[in-house]
Design a protein around this ligand. Structure first.
Ligand code: GRF
Length: 207
């Protein structure tokens, strides 16, 4: 499967996918990494692994639709079949989602539907969990639909929160889980083991 990865930050989730592909665990190839941030370290990680790294500057476009069209053009140019949002901080336009319907996977650092949606990204997610006083949090891998963080859930895994945990400690705990379940979900997808029935995901392990 030809994969395109969108990043905005350090790209540690991208790195976990690169590592698992290089270990031969994922039946796919990253054709391009695209970022809306010129200095996103994720672009550097791509270059280090001989993967096309493309910065698309949103300021060059009149609106988000034209920006997304530029990203779609780049993805099409690389014949991408699966799009992965790995710490990508822009909302996708409906045109983008239609173009890659049920072919866009996102990782969110909480147990959706908790602490998700507009405004919940990066450390803010963990600050909200700590402030609320929940005893577990975790990460969710899901397909992207027209809203933020509401598409069919593929995998989730939880972490325990200690009373003394700070948001930074929780972020580290959750990031470790992200680096495990995102590649796992991509592996299932590339092996054709994922089905969506009535907006719910069925993973056919035996296939
Ligand atoms: C992290 O907060 C992660 O939970 C979320 O995006 C942020 C950056 O991740 N998915 P990465 O290191 O850029 O992959």
């Amino acid at each position: 499967v030809k994969i395109g990865v969108l990043v905005s930050g350090s790209g540690s989730n991208l790195q976990s996918i690169i590592d698992n592909i290089e270990l031969g665990k994922i039946n796919g190839k990253i054709e391009v990494v695209i970022s809306n941030r010129e200095n996103a370290y994720g672009l550097e990680r791509a270059r280090q692994h001989g993967i096309d790294a493309v910065f698309v500057h949103s300021k060059e476009f009149a609106n988000i639709e034209q920006f997304d069209e530029a990203i779609i053009r780049e993805l099409k140019r690389h014949n991408v079949e699966l799009v992965i949002l790995a710490g990508y901080l822009k909302i996708l336009t409906s045109k983008f989602i239609e173009e890659y319907n049920n072919k866009i996977i996102n990782i969110h650092p909480s147990l959706i539907p908790s602490f998700c949606g507009k405004g919940y990204y990066g450390i803010k997610v963990h600050e909200a969990a700590i402030n609320y006083g929940v005893k577990i949090s975790g990460a969710t891998v899901h397909f992207v639909d027209e809203n933020a963080d509401t598409g069919p859930i593929i995998l989730q895994e939880s972490v325990n929160i200690e009373y003394s945990d700070s948001a930074e400690i929780l972020q580290k705990k959750v990031l470790k889980i992200e680096h495990k379940i995102l590649p796992q979900a991509v592996q299932y997808y590339c092996d054709g083991k994922i089905e969506i029935i009535d907006r719910k995901v069925k993973i056919n392990m035996e296939e």
